[in-house]
Ligand binder design. Structure first.
Ligand SMILES: [Zn+2]
Ligand SMILES: [Zn+2]
Length: 306
């Protein structure tokens, strides 16, 4: 069994917070390492409520510079400072987010005791923007009122495992093992060839998560998202609000389901709901007609990729 990858929703509402739904933020956790995605107002308190280990975050990904995605950022960075953080923090965000940070830093005259490194993301084409030993992250330009990016989080491919009995049976050396892991067959002294498939067990297929908000339905043009295990797609409106969705650079739940179907997603989560909806079950019902494996997220919900 692999360690599950989890997504903890910290905010599932659009534009303004309500008692039930905070604005956008979520934490992707891979091998217990948390990555923060967007940082709406109140994100740090939501992390406390839902048991996210804030101090372990070293990378933050921000989709765009609308308030409902960034108003919690400065407060959180400031709290890190007050709690004597020393670990550097990397923020992958449109350049406007850096500008907003500098304005606030100058206003408060705050001196940060740890490094905050901004990495500007571009809206021109699909780009790999981050990599560590566990994952790689690719930005996906979206279609919104301002420059905005979605993110593809991909687990890194693991090497195949050499079967233990093969090591003993063929007395494999370290260099043999390396060659076999690279995909070669093994040739015995008498010339017999042992096929690679008999010597290794392939590692499991890497898992993929896509975060996609705020946007009109566009990500089906990106091949890299095909077959994604879990897709979070915004569904700000119900299908009666098609025109409003188009005008504001958002999607309806039906459009989210069309995207999920067209990219062959295994599962769809919808969120970023307009505060006009007290109940979002009608939005789910509309999406389900085309894409049955869909669920509306809620604040505090934890969604798993096994
Ligand atoms: Zn938004
Ligand atoms: Zn927005």
């Amino acid at each position: 069994m692999r360690d599950p990858i989890t997504v903890t929703i910290l905010g599932s509402g659009a534009a303004v917070p309500t008692p039930k739904r905070n604005t956008s933020a979520q934490v992707l956790s891979v091998n217990q390492v948390p990555y923060l995605i967007d940082c709406g107002e109140g994100t740090q308190t939501q992390m406390m409520r839902f048991g996210v280990k804030q101090s372990r975050i070293t990378a933050i990904f921000i989709s765009h510079h609308h308030g409902d995605h960034i108003l919690g950022l400065y407060g959180m960075l400031s709290s890190y400072n007050l709690s004597n953080r020393t670990k550097p923090l990397h923020i992958y965000a449109p350049s406007e987010v850096h500008r907003f940070f500098v304005l606030q830093k100058d206003f408060f005259g705050e001196v940060f005791n740890y490094d905050i490194v901004f990495h500007p993301i571009s809206f021109k084409g699909v780009k790999e923007i981050y990599e560590d030993k566990r994952i790689r992250v690719t930005s996906l330009p979206l279609k919104h009122k301002v420059g905005c990016c979605g993110f593809l989080f991909e687990e890194k491919e693991k090497e195949p495992n050499i079967n233990k009995d093969a090591i003993e049976t063929y007395e494999l050396s370290i260099s043999d093992i390396k060659r076999i892991k690279d995909g070669e067959d093994h040739i015995l002294e008498d010339g017999r060839v042992i096929p690679n498939a008999k010597l290794v067990t392939q590692a499991q297929v890497p898992r993929k998560y896509v975060y996609c908000t705020d946007t009109a339905p566009v990500i089906d043009k990106y091949d890299v998202v095909k077959g994604v295990d879990l897709l979070y797609h915004e569904a700000t409106f119900d299908c009666k609000q098609n025109l409003l969705a188009k005008k504001t650079g958002h999607s309806t739940s039906v459009q989210a389901s069309e995207i999920a179907k067209s990219v062959d997603a295994k599962r769809l989560l919808i969120g970023h709901f307009s505060s006009r909806y007290k109940e979002v079950s009608p939005l789910v019902a509309e999406a389900k007609e085309l894409f049955p494996n869909v669920e509306a997220v809620k604040d505090g919900g934890v969604y798993t990729i096994e």
